[in-house]
Design a protein around this ligand. Structure first.
Ligand SMILES: [Zn+2]
Length: 291
């Protein structure tokens, strides 16, 4: 297939500054993201949240793109903005969309390193992912089937993914991860250029290691629903670690521990992500597979 237009999206969450400032940089220096065989669109997804340096104003924009939400938008800011973005990038599910691929730039307070979150599965998406894995061996892949299906920004186009980098506090820039994200996007654009030119792409991984989403794990809570513990110090900052039955995962406020109690060893991701406290997730659990 020929790629006609690619969207680079930042500031979907207004307090994740890596994407916000990369988009600014590219808008001031459009040659950086220009390639000969396709158009590149750069945009801020949530301008009001960026101004406020908050994740969102009324609702998480990156959970606002389910088809039923787009069909009957509620009267709040992110619902309206999701409809505008659907018109600019989609429309979602159409045979012909305005853009072919969406790369959505995020950061996380969890120590996720350089990661891709793939939920919009297509052959082109996976070809791009395998190419990026060859270019950036430190890249981690997480296949998300999370709290709300198909509601991410990148679900509006037929192909795409989100980049997640961390650990970065909310409202903060981190130089290494800023440039690591930019490098990854440059490789992605180069990949599309090669595809469009019909070039052989030998530098592609045949098989990639994927962390496949299994479950979301909440914090320990008391009977009223209030937290009565936190992520265990042995797990803090150790994203992608495998959990074996008996490994401590939470430290209660009284000093006692809660241990992992499943028979199947799974890997912990998005450990102690600040934005997930309100969602009730202390971490996600994933199974490591080869694809
Ligand atoms: Zn985000």
């Amino acid at each position: 297939m020929k790629i006609r237009k690619v969207a680079l999206v930042g500031g979907t969450h207004g307090n994740e500054l890596t994407g916000v400032y990369l988009i600014n940089k590219w808008q001031h220096n459009p040659d950086l993201v220009r390639r000969g065989s396709f158009d590149t669109l750069t945009l801020h997804a949530n301008p009001e949240a960026i101004k406020a340096c908050r994740r969102y104003i009324d609702r998480d924009l990156n959970r606002s793109f389910a088809l039923h939400d787009l069909a009957a938008p509620k009267a709040h800011y992110e619902a309206q903005r999701a409809c505008e973005l659907n018109a600019i990038l989609g429309p979602k599910g159409a045979d012909k969309t305005a853009v072919d691929f969406i790369c959505d730039l995020h950061s996380t307070t969890a120590n996720m390193g350089l990661s891709l979150v793939v939920s919009n599965e297509s052959d082109l998406t996976w070809d791009a992912v395998r190419y990026l894995c060859a270019k950036e061996p430190a890249l981690h892949l997480y296949r998300w089937q999370g709290d709300e299906e198909g509601a991410f920004v990148d679900s509006v186009a037929p192909h795409g993914f989100a980049i997640e980098v961390g650990a970065i506090p909310q409202g903060v820039l981190h130089s290494d991860l800023f440039f690591a994200t930019e490098r990854l996007v440059m490789h992605l654009l180069d990949f599309f250029e090669k595809v469009n030119r019909g070039e052989a792409i030998p530098e592609t991984e045949k098989e990639v290691e994927v962390y496949d989403h299994v479950d979301l794990l909440d914090y320990p809570r008391d009977a009223s629903g209030a937290l009565n513990g936190m992520v265990h110090e042995a797990l803090q900052d150790n994203d992608y670690r495998v959990l074996q039955k008996g490994d401590p995962i939470f430290r209660l406020f009284d000093g006692s521990e809660i241990c992992y109690d499943r028979d199947e060893p799974l890997h912990a991701l998005f450990v102690n992500e600040a934005a997930y406290y309100e969602k009730g997730f202390a971490m996600t659990l994933a199974r490591k597979i080869l694809l």
